[in-house]
Ligand binder design. Structure first.
Ligand code: SF4
Length: 170
């Protein structure tokens, strides 16, 4: 009798068991980690933007020079076994986040579906949703604020106005 089952595919194995090639192949190609983030200096809150790294190919959501990306963008973050769990802004759909949490990949992941374009069809890829930093201008104008945050900022501004002129004098 033949053996039932076989070795688990690498995307179902613990991250620490993956070789370099398998690790790289885990990426779903969504491009979400290739957009710039802003950090509120007071609160440490992280805000996403719709501005992509200059190396991101906006039509494919792939890095235009992945192998040599650090030559062009020295602070490009390299995901590792050690840093993935601590990166709060990685999307919940990110294959590395899912596997670090011992969750399965989504059905649309190309390793499951066999379709590299399924990430776009699932609405997860940044294709059509971002602009390049080359064209964006001041990045602060591109923050994607959570619902209600703008109102909170307005209230803070009002409070600051009040503090500046506590007696109504100017
Ligand atoms: S967010 Fe995760 S899955 Fe998406 S491109 Fe970045 S590393 Fe790959």
């Amino acid at each position: 009798m033949g053996k039932v089952g076989g070795p688990r595919p690498f995307w179902e194995r613990p991250l620490e068991s993956l070789n370099r090639e398998e690790w790289e192949a885990l990426c779903d190609g969504c491009g979400q980690c290739c957009t710039h983030k802003l950090e509120d200096a007071d609160t440490g809150d992280i805000f996403h933007t719709n501005v992509a790294c200059k190396l991101l190919d906006l039509k494919t959501a792939r890095c235009a020079d992945y192998r040599n990306r650090l030559d062009h963008v020295p602070d490009c973050l390299r995901l590792t076994l050690r840093n993935v769990p601590g990166i709060s802004w990685l999307p919940e759909t990110c294959a590395y986040r899912l596997r670090a949490d011992d969750k399965p990949l989504h059905d649309w992941h190309y390793l499951i579906s066999g379709d590299r374009d399924a990430v776009r069809a699932a609405g997860v890829a940044v294709i059509g949703k971002v602009i390049s930093e080359v064209d964006a201008g001041p990045i602060e104008q591109h923050a994607i604020l959570p619902e209600g945050y703008e109102a909170m900022l307005d209230e803070d501004d009002d409070d600051r106005d009040g503090d500046a002129y506590p007696n109504g004098d100017d």
